[in-house]
Every structure is written in C-alpha cells, then in structure tokens.
Design a protein around this ligand. Structure first.
Ligand SMILES: [Zn+2]
Length: 174
C-alpha cells in the first residue's frame, strides 16, 4: 500500500481527501501530519424563535435589523437584537438598506466544513446608513486584493432560501 500523497498547503490536499480519503500535510517544521476524511452527518432541528422574521425576511430579499423603541434612543442594530444594548428597551424590526459599505474585512484561508471548498473567501463587517452596528457576512465576486475599507457593497440573497445566515452575502456594488 503506497503512502498517502504529501502536500504543503491544506487547500491543495482537499481534492485528494475526496479521492482517496487520506493525505499527508507537511507542516512548517518538516513534520508530517496524516489527514483523513471522515464524513458524518446529524439531523439538527432548531427553532429560530424570535429571530424567525430575520430568516423569513432573507427569503423575501429583505435585510431586517432592529430598532430601539424608546423615544430619544432609537438605536438601529444591523445584527438584530431583542433588546437595545444601549438602553435596554425592547426593539422592533426595521428594514435595512440593501447596500452598505465595508467597515472591515478578513480573508479566510481555512474554514469550517461548510466553507472549506470556498477557501479562500472574504468575510466583511458591513455598515449601513442609519444603523449603528454592523453585519458580518461573506463578500463574494471579489478577491482579497479588490477589497478596501469603505468599499460600496450590495446584498444578494439565496433563491430558493435555506433559512441559514448564508442566505445573504454581499458583492461589490455595480
Ligand atoms: Zn435604546
């Protein structure tokens, strides 16, 4: 039996894992790490409870944030919250603009199983006019070198929806 093929970059061994189920990753110190492919699956039944309108909104191409109901506060959260983090009052749903700007970003060269095949991919914190907090989402259709702070971006929505946070992502604004 031949030894598994050896690679220096994790992203280069992923295809080999799919093909043979095993590969060796040479680490920076010259050590050899045996990597094996061990698929598993679980069925996870989960209630979004009070977050449900957010996910139902994504399915309709709407980005919902939350607005503090206290007069004189009115803080808008781009990542929805049941209660205001500034004053503690309850919030109500409010529709966010579908376009915003890159506040900050990172390029991921590794990720959890769901994102592994997309590496490298960009994650951005997006800021919106009228909102005081940010939304974390993937930034597609551009490479690391294209992205800059303040870059105008617009939302895209999965159709059909999967009712996951990955139903929304951003692309450079046209
Ligand atoms: Zn408030």
């Amino acid at each position: 039996m031949p030894r598994p093929k050896k690679f220096r970059q994790f992203r280069e061994l992923q295809e080999e894992l799919g093909r043979s189920g095993a590969a060796i990753l040479e680490d920076k110190a010259g050590g050899e790490d045996l990597i094996v492919d061990s698929p598993y699956s679980i069925r996870y039944i989960h209630s979004y409870a009070e977050d449900s309108p957010f996910f139902l909104g994504l399915a309709e191409g709407k980005l919902l944030g939350s607005r503090c109901t206290r007069r004189g506060c009115g803080f808008v959260f781009a990542t929805p919250r049941g209660h205001c983090m500034v004053c503690g009052s309850p919030t109500e749903w409010t529709e966010l603009p579908r376009s915003g700007r890159v506040h900050s970003w990172t390029t991921c060269h590794f990720g959890s199983e769901a994102f592994l095949r997309e590496t490298p991919y960009n994650l951005a914190l997006v800021e919106f006019d009228g909102a005081g907090s940010l939304l974390l989402a993937r930034l597609k259709d551009c490479t690391e070198a294209d992205v800059y702070v303040g870059m105008p971006v617009e939302a895209r929505f999965a159709s059909p929806p999967k009712y996951l946070i990955t139903d929304v992502w951003f692309v450079p604004a046209r």
